[in-house]
Design a protein around this ligand. Sequence first.
Ligand code: SF4
Length: 378
Amino acid sequence: MVIQTTINKPKFMSEVRHNWTKEEILAIYNKPLMELLYEAATIHRVHHDPNVVQVSTLLSIKTGGCSEDCGYCPQAARYHTNVDGNDLMTVNQVKAQALRAKSGGSSRVCMGAAWRNVKDGPEFDQVLEMVRTINKLDMEVCCTLGMVTENQAKRLAEAGLYAYNHNLDSSEEYYKEVISTRGYEDRLETIDNVRKTNVTVCSGGIIGMGESVEDRAGMLVALSTLDPQPESTPINALVAVEGTPLEDEKPVEIWEMIRMVAATRIVLPETQVRLSAGRTQMSREGQAMCFFAGANSIFAGDKLLTTPNPDVSEDMKMFEMLGLNPQKPFTKKVQPQTVEADNSEYKGLGEKPKWTRPEHKIERNESKKKEALELRKQ
Ligand code: SF4
């Protein structure tokens, strides 16, 4: 017997809107929880199979030593954290990790490099070769390499890239409180450059950085007004790392995470909503509620770039218990064709990026720190 898990689409639920207002999203976020869950879960079933969850493995191909000042990030060279920097991995190392991820049930490998932006040259050529190699393993390939120009995005597309991740992080207003070395418009420009190719866009943010609920709604306004909306949206809960300006932020409550996931599902109905950083702080019950609220993707592997993540076997046990199945690769979009390096149409086309360098400077929030210390004493 086939159990029907999706429902017919009432018109208001199948609509993808690009004109959400902050007030509307706030009203959704603040609904009584049971109503919010019911609405989000219903919309989820209209657009997705609720028993399928996409599994990605995040691989840090170049760790630490970054010139930027993202207040949450232990990889920024200017903060004193315990992150050991590494040079760019070799193609063979990446291939071995990708095969391991595939055998663990991942359909996607996301490669992250701690760079402000991509620079044309041997290192970028090496990344392109990694993309070709993983695409040939019949896995979806995603990269998160910082800002990219249009030509670089096209070269990644030719290599067989499936998705490019570039998070908006927060609302435009709060972004300035967390990052000062590049602006919100730079982020949007990179997303725009990726959109000029057939590579899908992955963009989301982080909650628990001291932002208000209005800022969370503001980020969802920014994501929903992108046309098309991102194909995937990671919702991270801050992992406060000692040595970063946000080290004293208190952990995100599970209810905030559930509300954020549900609101994201309603506002971005077709997007894959990903539970990302902060999953180690969540119980299985909490994660199950997030899946019910519309999350349908996770990062697997014991590390997320530099912060801890649940073990793959733990995740598979959770999937079994909840009756969830990992999504097969290329379910949403066909596998990109790889163009070999010698045949690249865009090779050698240099461009001058127009990224900004804003003047303001991120400082530790002393009053927040005091507040957090007081809370810990209670
Ligand atoms: S988030 Fe990325 S750009 Fe920002 S400091 Fe970390 S590695 Fe650099």
